[in-house]
Design a protein around this ligand. Sequence first.
Ligand code: RNT
Ligand code: ZN
Length: 416
Amino acid sequence: MTRYQSAKEMFAKYGVDTDLAIERLKNIPLAVNCWQGDDVKGFDQDGPLTGGIQATGNYPGKARTPEELMEDMDKAMSLCPGKKKLNLHACYAIFENGERADRDKLEPKHFEKWVKFAKERNMGIDFNPTFFSHPMVKDGLTLTSPDENVRKFWVEHGKACIRISQYFAEETGVPCVMNIWIGDGYKDIPADRMDPRMRYKKSIEEILSEPFDPKKVKPCVESKVFGIGVEAYTAGSAEFALSFAATHEKCLPLMDNGHYHPTEVVSDKIPALLCFFPEIALHITRPVRWDSDHVVIFEDETVEMAKEIVRCNAIDRVYMALDCFDASINRIAAWTVAIRSWQKAMLRALCTPNDKLKEYQDNAEFTKLLVEQEAVKELPFFDIWREYCERCGVSSDDSWFDEVKAYEKEVLSKRK
Ligand code: RNT
Ligand code: ZN
């Protein structure tokens, strides 16, 4: 009997069908953020990363061109099981023949190469307008700016991104999640907390007035508690983003699990939002003390978020995307660890006897619930994980790292 067969039997005693779990997981898409590959730099500007986010570290070999970024993503994705989706930012537009377009004038043609890349790999595409790292960010503000020129520029950028999102969805046949996140805020105690939010509201409404098919384009608003240099006030707070999505039919809320106070957990927010929204979106990351965007690992809260998605029967209602970036380690390994960790968390969730545990809760059998939740942890989950990896044709242990090391030697180290 193989290890998998014996593990399968042990899970079956708890009512878990591990073959079914494996088959289900193969079809659950995870959007992979292109911006892990070049420290959120993009190709349309040469300035610093702004917006209150930061990629720290200086590990050699980061992608400098679209070709390098695509090659690196290919490498990372080839080492990971499961279905992937491409997550792009607008600053990753590809300009050819000396032609350029500013953010308010971006067109589908500037993303043709990405569409080709995605189609060849059978992936859908998610999209993000880039409201940072640009000279039109004035005093740290974009969609909330009191300067109408600035605000309008960014509204036009948002509208251009709606058109590009529609193009992505039409080309790939997969809905495109378009996430609006701005870093607008104030470092110190503001004199006016409401008007910036009123302007943000108006700006998003103007962006969403651009025609699109809501079955194809899924706009969402991502909230945040604070950013670097905007410690006192963030216009797009949790209450703002949630209320906006709740009152605007075509808009989804997006929760990034690095964007809350440290004792708040997104795992508990997922079922709360699912009571009201047909669909929600997630940025999966790892906050260490703050929104540090560390590489996602297989830790308790990662698993807990995955569990909520599975046991709320919401796999088709939750758009899952990674949002981590670490410039201090090999970037291919960073991607690989993050993708594999979320896959692991989802498999763990799918191998949890959720119906049975829920029954104990409803019958107020709390001792039994505690005992069994702990007992489930002892089941040989990693034998199921290994089997899943093997069936997906990727390494089932850390031997994928040998390939990363070889790639570093042959490809990354030559990027000087
Ligand atoms: C920033 C937000 C946002 C970005 C990306 C690059 O705190 O999480 O989602 O990380 O858009
Ligand atoms: Zn995010």
